[in-house]
Design a protein around this ligand. Structure first.
Ligand code: AMP
Length: 448
C-alpha cells in the first residue's frame, strides 16, 4: 500500500483506501514524510493537487502519536487557517473523512454564521481548529479560544489570504502562537510576499514545488469563443443546453453580474444558483450542496466565492467574463480537470476583453484555441484587431451548405475542438433559426 509506505499508520491508510485513492499524488508523496518527521514546510501547490490530504493526514498522525494531552477547553492543538468560509469548511470535512478512525475533535470557526455554536464547540474542547482569520480574531477578543497550545499551524492558500488583505490578521495571530511549533505553509505561488512570510515564520522548512508556477493542469482543454458582450447570455444558454448538460461553474466578475446571469439562465429553464459574498452563509452552503448533489446544473460565482471550491468531477468551467488579474484565470480553470480527470474551460470573450485575453496568453506562454460559434459571430466592426470582411452572399450560402452537411451525425457540442473553417460569418446569421440549431463552430484562427 503506497500510502502506508509513506509512513502513515493503519487507521489513516484505511481511511484513504476507503476514499478510493490508491496512489499518493506528488505533493502527498513529498509532503507527508516531511511533515511526519516534524519539519516545517513551504509548499507550492494549487487546488486539485491533493494538497488538503497532504497536510491533513500527517497532521492527524502527529496529534495521534504524541502523548494524549487532552487540551483544556478552547485550546486547540492544531490550527488550520484558510482564506474563505467554503475552503475552511472543505478542510474541516477532509479532517472528518480522513480522521474517521482516529476521531479528532474538530471545530470550524468562520464568519457569516452565529458565534454561539462555535463557542460551544470550543468550550467542549478541540484538537483541530479550522478557521478563517477574521472570525478567529473575533473569538480571541472574546477569549473563547486560546492559541497558546497550538503545536501545528497550517496556512492554506496563503497567497489568497494575502490577496484578500489578511496579512495583518495573520501576523497578529502568529504572534499569539507558541514559538515552538510546526508550521506548514501552502500557496499556489512563491511570490515575494509569500517568501517573506515564510522567511519570518518558518524554521528551516522543507520546500516542495509540485506544479510549475501558473501551469494549469494538463488535462484541462481550453477554448475561447469571441462573442459580443450582449450575446454572451444567449451563447452560454446554448452551450449549457448542448450535449450532455454537464455540471458547470460559471465565473462573473461582479456579484451583481452573478445574480443577473443566474436569473437569466433560470428563465431559460437551466437550474442555477449564484454564489458570492453578499449571500448569507446558509444560502451559500445550500447552493454548493445543490450543485454537488446535481440538483442544479450551474453555479454562477465570483472569483472570491469560488476560490478553493473542491467539487469532484467538475467537467466544465466557463469564464463569462475574463478576470482582470491573469493569475485568476489559472485559479478559475483549476476547478476542472482535477486529480487526473479531464475538464473543459471555456472563455466567452468580447472585443473589449481582448487585452485581458492577451495578458492571460502571455502568462500561459501560449495562444489559446479560439473559435466563433455560428450564430454568435462578433460584429466585425467592433473587433479589436484585424476585422474580417463579411463574406459575399454566395460564400455564405456555400458555407451554410457545407456546415449542414458536415454536421450530420456529429455530436452537437459547440465546445468540441473546432475544425478549421475559413469562411467568416455575418452577424445576421444569428437571426436565422435554422442555423441556431446546427450548433456549428468555426475557428477564427488567431483573431482573438
Ligand atoms: P485538493 O487539492 O486537496 O483540493 O484535492 C483535490 C481533489 O483530489 C479532491 O477531490 C481530493 O478528494 C482528490 N484527491 C486527493 N488525494 C488523492 C489521491 N491520492 N488520489 C486521487 N484523488 C485524490
Amino acid at each position: 500500500m503506497p500510502f502506508a509506505s509513506l509512513g502513515l499508520v493503519d487507521d489513516l491508510a484505511r481511511a484513504v483506501a476507503a476514499r478510493g485513492y490508491t496512489m499518493p499524488t506528488p505533493i502527498q508523496s513529498q509532503a507527508i514524510p516531511a511533515i511526519l518527521a516534524g519539519r516545517d514546510l513551504l509548499a507550492a501547490a494549487q487546488t486539485g493537487t491533493g494538497k488538503t490530504a497532504a497536510f491533513t493526514l500527517p497532521l492527524l498522525q502527529r496529534l495521534q502519536t504524541r502523548p494524549e494531552t487532552r487540551m483544556p477547553a478552547g485550546r486547540p492543538r492544531a490550527l488550520v487557517l484558510a482564506p474563505t468560509r467554503e475552503l475552511a469548511a472543505q478542510v474541516a470535512d477532509s479532517v472528518r473523512v480522513y480522521g474517521r478512525h482516529v476521531a479528532p475533535r474538530t471545530a470550524l470557526v468562520v464568519g457569516g454564521v452565529s458565534m454561539k455554536p462555535q463557542c460551544d464547540a470550543l468550550r467542549r474542547g478541540v484538537d483541530i481548529l479550522v478557521a478563517t482569520p477574521g472570525r478567529l480574531l473575533d473569538h480571541l477578543s472574546q477569549k473563547t479560544v486560546s492559541l497558546a497550545g497550538v503545536e501545528i499551524l497550517v496556512l492554506d492558500e496563503a497567497d489568497r489570504m494575502l490577496d484578500l488583505g489578511f496579512l495583518p490578521a495573520i501576523r497578529r495571530l502568529l504572534a499569539l502562537l507558541p514559538r515552538r511549533r510546526q508550521t506548514l505553509l501552502f500557496s499556489a505561488t512563491f511570490a515575494d510576499p509569500i517568501r517573506q512570510l515564510a522567511g519570518d515564520f518558518l524554521h528551516e522548512p522543507a520546500v516542495i514545488d509540485v506544479a510549475p508556477r501558473n501551469a494549469p493542469a494538463d488535462l484541462v482543454e481550453q477554448q475561447v469563443h469571441p462573442v459580443e458582450q450582449t450575446d454572451k447570455a444567449a451563447l452560454l444558454g446554448r452551450l449549457l443546453s448542448a450535449g450532455e448538460r454537464d455540471a458547470t461553474l460559471v465565473f462573473t466578475r461582479t456579484k451583481h453580474g452573478a445574480d443577473r446571469l443566474s436569473r437569466q439562465l433560470e428563465r431559460e429553464g437551466i437550474r442555477t444558483a449564484a454564489l458570492h459574498g453578499n449571500k448569507s452563509q446558509s444560502a451559500r452552503t445550500r447552493a454548493l450542496d445543490d450543485f454537488k448533489q446535481g440538483r442544479i446544473q450551474v453555479l454562477v460565482a465570483t472569483d472570491i466565492a469560488a476560490r478553493g471550491l473542491d467539487i469532484v468531477q467538475l467537467p466544465r468551467v466557463v469564464n463569462y467574463e475574463l478576470p482582470h488579474v491573469p493569475e485568476d484565470y489559472v485559479h478559475r480553470i483549476g476547478r476542472t480537470g482535477r486529480a487526473g480527470r479531464a475538464g473543459l474551460a471555456i472563455s466567452l470573450v468580447s472585443a473589449d476583453e481582448m487585452p485581458r485575453l492577451h495578458a492571460i496568453q502571455r502568462l500561459l506562454g501560449r495562444k489559446l484555441p479560439s473559435s466563433v460559434v455560428e450564430g454568435f459571430e462578433p460584429n466585425p466592426a467592433k473587433r479589436a484587431r484585424a476585422p474580417v470582411a463579411a463574406p459575399s452572399a454566395s460564400a455564405r450560402h456555400h458555407h451554410a451548405h457545407r456546415a449542414a452537411g458536415a454536421s450530420t451525425g456529429e455530436r452537437p457540442a459547440a465546445h468540441r475542438p473546432a475544425r478549421p473553417e475559413t469562411t467568416a460569418h455575418d452577424a445576421s446569421r444569428r437571426r436565422n433559426k435554422a442555423h441556431h440549431q446546427t450548433r456549428r463552430v468555426a475557428t477564427t484562427g488567431d483573431r482573438a
